[in-house]
Write a protein that binds this ligand. Structure first.
Ligand code: C5P
Length: 224
């Protein structure tokens, strides 16, 4: 079971349409995302959350993926969209949450996350080490401190959860969380990590889209 929050506006991408529908090699990002989830061979149903006015567009984008892709209406924030999707799969034992914007995530990462949850990890996130030096700054941009990058990780999706834990996490009142593992952390439940992949970057800016076109083009050439 995978939930795909895709109801963002894509303001930073400035493509004039919600990010999920921006084309990559002529297909919407959402199409690529759903295809890789299905190609992993370990996801039965994919629930996609989009804005109410984009439900038909989403249905058309994933039409060839078959009837195991469900479209629901998302919410104002990412966690509202995930919650809406989660409500449609009340009995799922393993649930992945995967950003539509990370549509080039390798299948091996999706499989590894599912395997980790099946093996007993109740909350799993793919991560990368941090290559840049990270500084904390005050509202005026003055440096407050330099963080120890050896202890930092960049967090990606899909994030994998035991279904009951994710439902419990989404029932608590939450502030501005940017991922689902954050809600689990707030419950005091351990979240474990496994290796992510550079290709799982979140397409956010026009630069990212250029990068994604190059990457997807290279993959298509390699496959063909
Ligand atoms: O805004 P951000 O880049 O963190 O969004 C991550 C993912 O969450 C994107 O795939 C976006 O479509 C989705 N999202 C959503 N509902 C919102 C806001 C973002 O499904 N209200």
């Amino acid at each position: 079971m995978a939930l795909v929050p895709a109801a963002g506006q894509g303001v930073r991408l400035a493509a004039g349409m919600p990010k999920a529908f921006v084309p990559l090699l002529g297909r919407p990002l959402l199409w690529h995302c759903v295809r890789s989830l299905q190609a992993s061979g370990c996801i039965d149903v994919v629930v996609v959350a989009v804005g109410e006015q984009h439900r038909e567009q989403a249905r058309a984008a994933v039409a060839e993926a078959g009837d195991q892709v469900w479209i629901v209406t998302g919410g104002a924030h990412r966690c509202d969209s995930v919650r809406a999707a989660l409500l449609t799969v009340p009995d799922a034992e393993v649930v992945l949450v995967h950003d539509a914007a990370r549509c080039l995530t390798p299948i091996s990462v999706i499989q590894a996350v599912v395997q980790a949850v099946l093996a007993g990890q109740r909350a799993v996130v793919p991560v990368l080490t941090v290559v840049d030096t990270i500084k904390q700054v005050d509202p005026d941009g003055r440096v407050v401190s330099t963080l120890d990058r050896a202890a930092l990780r960049v967090v990606q999706t899909p994030q994998g959860f035991a279904g009951d834990l994710l439902r419990q996490a989404h029932q608590q009142p939450s502030g501005p969380v940017t991922d689902d593992a954050g809600l689990v952390e707030a419950l005091g439940v351990p979240v474990t990590t496994l290796p992510g992949h550079p290709d799982a970057f979140k397409i956010t800016t026009p630069f990212d889209l250029v990068l994604a076109e190059v990457l997807a083009g290279a993959r298509a050439a390699g496959a063909g």
